[in-house]
Design a protein around this ligand. Structure first.
Ligand code: SF4
Length: 478
């Protein structure tokens, strides 16, 4: 039996995709191995969002070429966004045997067969329909505690700096029934938390084809190929599913699990979603809402489809309906033509919102995007660097203050593993997605533990176990 080693780069969507790939290959008789040197086939699932993500993969491809020198029978394949963006060059310039885009994974068994005959194979066709319906992912690199369930694929937003709509294609929503079946599968396997995934989860929209019960006939198969005879879930008689409905249904179907979701687009963040979170205690109080810039002029150039006022209005709605919600963001500087005034607008917005955490970076042009073709990358590197440092410094102060305000509070923490610094400490996350380290005592990874925060750094909360219920969710106005 041929052994396949899969290495994954990039976002959680890629982790979920690699699990889909593993499931497809296992069903075709391949074995998945975690040992690259024991593998007959090495697949790397790639990301094109930033240049350094691609640089890392090129470094790995050099390592895989050495592997092939030692054993010329090893097949090396590139999957995901780089496959879609770089295409044949991966074969002609990087010595890869197989190239498969994000919508081609069902054809991997045929592509592998073809590459073994002719030396290489490529399929980078994007689809407007592929959602990998009916495939139950094989959980890889999993801690057995937190799992991902993708609910949408692709993106229709075309932010001018972003390569995703070109590498992952148009947005498609997966069948609600498949999503619920996957959630139940995770619960049955003892998982404690699931994250609903998509480039823009809150634009989720699934419509049954005939407006009635299309999905009742299509039974998912479990990982070993046996039909899944669990009860049919969800009210499939209704025609359409939007994100609030899906979120609430998932929360109700797996009441013992904590539910998270990412990423939300500010333009689609509805009050109804917030109310669903408010009335379901097992949906975590955390929203990642990427703002990207605080300048209306730059937001327009980015084609983000909201302005600063809309974004702040959504923040106000979150604070009102979910007073205890953690809010995190992505923000970047140095977009083409960004002035110091635009940059100050970003800093001012950060001061106003006071994010609990932010992913911060400077603009890097991605070939193939609208911005690369039409907006000159005209901000000097030193200016980008200096602005980024200002953003990081400000967020460092805000994040520390946010963590300090948690001292004395008690949270329900899902223990995820042993702390890297001490074997007698566990770490986990609270519903607001903050990492908390606390003494292990009699608890194990996978336990929900009440932890009272006693200290913090800018990055981490520290606490002690206490008995009784965790942080009381304030009465919601949802
Ligand atoms: S919403 Fe914008 S940034 Fe996010 S994946 Fe789509 S195009 Fe890219």
């Amino acid at each position: 039996m041929s052994k396949v080693y899969i290495e994954t780069y990039g976002c959680q969507m890629n982790v979920a995709d690699s699990e889909t790939v593993a499931s497809i290959l296992k069903k075709s008789g391949y074995e998945i191995t975690e040992d690259m040197h024991a593998a007959d086939i090495v697949l790397v699932n790639t990301c094109s969002v930033r240049e350094n993500a691609e640089t890392r993969v090129y470094g790995r491809l050099a390592v895989f070429r050495q592997l092939r020198k030692a054993n010329p029978d090893v097949v090396v394949g590139v999957l995901g966004c780089m496959a879609e963006r770089v295409k044949e060059e991966l074969i002609t310039k990087q010595g890869v045997n197989l190239v498969a885009g994000p919508d081609s994974y069902r054809t991997l068994p045929e592509l592998l067969a073809k590459s073994s005959v002719s030396g290489n194979a490529i399929d980078i066709e994007l689809s407007t329909e592929e959602t990998y319906a009916g495939i139950c992912p094989t959980r890889l690199e999993s801690n057995g505690i937190s799992g991902f369930v993708s609910i949408t694929r692709g993106c229709n937003n075309f932010c001018t700096y972003c390569i995703v709509p070109y590498t992952r294609g148009r947005e498609r929503s997966r069948d609600a029934k498949d999503i619920i079946t996957e959630a139940l599968d995770l619960q049955e396997r003892g998982y404690k938390e699931l994250t609903l995934l998509g480039q823009n989860v809150n634009s989720y929209a699934f419509k049954t084809e005939d407006g009635r019960q299309k999905t009742l006939d299509r039974r998912q198969e479990t990982e070993d190929g046996t039909p899944n005879r669990r009860r049919e879930t969800g009210d499939t008689r209704q025609e359409t599913w939007d994100f609030p409905r899906l979120l609430e249904q998932v929360a109700k179907e797996v009441p013992s699990m904590r539910i998270r979701f990412t990423t939300s687009h500010p333009k689609d963040m509805s009050d109804e979603t917030l109310r669903v979170i408010a009335r379901n205690a097992n949906i975590c109080r955390h929203i990642h809402l990427p703002v990207q810039s605080g300048s209306n002029r730059i937001l327009k150039l980015m084609n983000r489809k909201y302005d600063r006022e809309w974004y702040l209005n959504r923040i106000r709605a979150i604070r009102e309906i979910l007073p205890d919600c953690g809010i995190t963001t992505d923000v970047f500087c140095g977009f083409p033509s960004e002035t110091d005034e635009d940059h100050q607008d970003s800093l001012a917005l950060m001061k106003e919102v006071r994010f609990d955490f932010a992913f911060m970076y400077k603009y890097s042009e991605r070939p193939g995007t609208y911005a690369a073709d039409h907006l000159p990358d005209d901000i000097a590197e030193e200016v980008k660097g200096a602005r980024l440092q200002e953003i990081i410094k400000l967020q460092g102060e805000i994040g520390l203050a946010s963590n300090r305000s948690d001292i004395g509070k008690t949270f329900d923490v899902l223990a995820e593993g042993s702390s890297k610094k001490s074997k007698v400490q566990l770490y986990g996350r609270n519903p607001q997605n903050k990492v908390i380290v606390f003494p292990m005592e009699d608890k194990r990874p996978g336990d929900i533990v009440s932890v009272k925060v006693t200290d913090c750094t800018g990055a981490t909360l520290k606490g002690l176990q206490v008995s009784g219920v965790g942080y009381q969710v304030p009465a919601s106005r949802g």
